[in-house]
Write a protein that binds this ligand. Structure first.
Ligand SMILES: [Zn+2]
Length: 102
């Protein structure tokens, strides 16, 4: 399939810069956009505990990537693409395995 998306870093005009992050796709319901979740830990020194939290990032999903729910992806920072999007999917690290279920 030919990729004609101008907002694709590999085939279009889009240039990436800044952060390069990895995460899991938690939503692919929007056309051309995926939501990527990235766990991070917060250390509470007062109680000597660490909390696990998630940050959700909206990223552009070009047709040549077509990241789907459950995929591990690499995203890179780019110019602001919409009100909430300033990242683009640049690599599929691993597709969701069949054993994990829906
Ligand atoms: Zn492309």
């Amino acid at each position: 399939m030919e990729c004609k998306d101008p907002r694709c870093p590999a085939h279009g005009e889009l240039k990436t810069h800044g952060y390069r992050l990895e995460g899991t796709v938690v939503s692919d319901k929007m056309k051309g956009t995926v939501v990527v979740e990235r766990p991070y830990t917060v250390v509470l020194s007062k109680y000597q505990r660490s909390l696990r939290k998630n940050s959700k990032i909206h990223a552009h999903n070009p047709p040549c990537m077509s990241a789907r729910y459950g995929d591990q992806v690499e995203i890179q920072e780019t110019r602001k693409l919409s009100k909430t999007k300033s990242f683009v999917v640049t690599k599929i690290l691993s597709r969701r395995s069949e054993q994990q279920g829906a």
